[in-house]
Design a protein around this ligand. Sequence first.
Ligand SMILES: NC(=O)C1=CN([C@@H]2O[C@H](COP(=O)(O)OP(=O)(O)OC[C@H]3O[C@@H](n4cnc5c(N)ncnc54)[C@H](O)[C@@H]3O)[C@@H](O)[C@H]2O)[C@@H](O)CC1
Ligand SMILES: [K+]
Length: 515
Amino acid sequence: MNIFSLEQIREADRLTILNQNISSDELMERAGARVFEWLHGRLQGNAVRIHVFCGVGNNGGDGLVIARLLMESEYNVKVYIVDFSEKRSPDFLLNLDRIKNMKHWPEHFNGDKGEELPDIKREDIIVDAIFGVGLNRAPSGWVGKLMEHINATGAFVLSVDMPSGLFMNTVPEKGSPVIQAAHTLAFQSPKLVFFLPGTGIYTSSWEILDIDLDKEYLRNIQPEAVFIEKSEALSLYIPRKKFSHKGTYGHALFIGGSYGKIGAVYLSAKACLTSGAGLVTTYMPRCGYSILQTALPEAMVLTDANEEHISTIAFDLEPKVIGIGIGLGKHRATVDAFKAFLQKNSTPLVIDADALNILSENPELVQRVPAKSVLTPHPKELERLIGTWKDDMEKLEKGKAFAKEHDLVLVVKGAHTIVIYNEKLYVNSTGNPGMATGGSGDVLTGMITGLISQGYTPVNAAVFGVYLHGKAGDIAVSNTGYEALTAGGIIDYTGDAFLDLFARPEHQEAGQEAG
Ligand SMILES: NC(=O)C1=CN([C@@H]2O[C@H](COP(=O)(O)OP(=O)(O)OC[C@H]3O[C@@H](n4cnc5c(N)ncnc54)[C@H](O)[C@@H]3O)[C@@H](O)[C@H]2O)[C@@H](O)CC1
Ligand SMILES: [K+]
């Protein structure tokens, strides 16, 4: 599913009106009607009190359409106008007249009358149509107070298009008011901010409503980001061939491990085999030999001369891809070995853990990383690589610039992991908090390496690997619960994650969990 930018939504809006030969107010009616149908389908005429808060722009206009349609179906509706500006949108004004024609007189808030805050009960419903995509500065004092009052009621808050107070392309300053939505109904496409840690917290779940914006235009543009769900993942899948052999699926090598951290290599190697690599070899210090040969007889083991850490990186094979850094440690000899390895290596890499830390401590080494290699940093490792950021948006911008400059695939880990390559963002839909457990990252590195080994391009391997990893975790938790999920458990359910790609058609987006 595509995620569009503010400019793209505005243009789609304009072209829809032009090409479908409708007025802007007809488009607003369509948008409001979709929200009304959503509510009506669930409430079925229930007498619950519905408080509709409308701003004075087009989001507020949508709110007025929703309120009118609810009233026409005899719902118990109260409308409030949050008069935050003298510049009211024409379609807002048109719909305000229509509400007044129904003999309903909205309560106006404009800040200088010291209005009493409305009395709203926990069991009521609030429709938040104060600000939509047009917010361009923090709401002023009294508007913020009203928004905080809404948040404090404990009522179910349904946000129209986006929770009021969120911006499309920046993150609200600390203390800036934002509506805490129970659910958000977004028009046409989800917003990027639903997936970022600092802003995704403002809606517990979200759904999109199709308002039939200009399909031709939306199909032909490069979206701001792509949301990777089953259908996108399936489109990346490469079927196995009947007349194939282990050589067809590549030889993957893992370089890593140190005394006490052999398990990391085991997890990567096993995840790599489980995701379909033809052959796997691990290169590790001598102390890892028996452990790996015993725990994972399917893998081959090469050892360093040193017992406890890697001191030289030398091997006599030609792997298709190398996963490096898992459990590696940062012993001086290991750092030197890694530097020497980068000088002569041209095989694509999947770089994780201590190899990333060595890179960030020696930034000149980044130039030595082969183009299109995959980097899988968690937030701290990312910060060491690209520097600090003021908010999630800046993090993505810096990530894009870094990936572009070095022609690398960057996997920005989080609740919604985002893969960055060639200025494109791929936002993952799968995964859960049970996966925040030691070794989960080693499994991901193993999966991505395994996919590259089989012939997936590095960017596709990263996007597909992140999806599969999360999906395996999601299937696993349905059996283990969050707490008991371990990294090994994610590997155990990788097969189910593959099978799930071909299971019944994807359920409609309804009720997605965000954040
Ligand atoms: N193409 C679409 O997707 C459609 C959008 N519609 C609705 O239109 C909304 C966007 O409407 P608008 O562009 O009018 O913007 P909003 O209604 O989101 O915001 C209101 C206006 O207030 C001003 N403003 C921004 N921040 C302010 C602040 N802190 N204090 C005071 N004034 C402020 C801006 O001029 C802004 O345009 C969407 O979110 C959606 O709900 C729908 O009506 C139909 C179609
Ligand atoms: K809103």
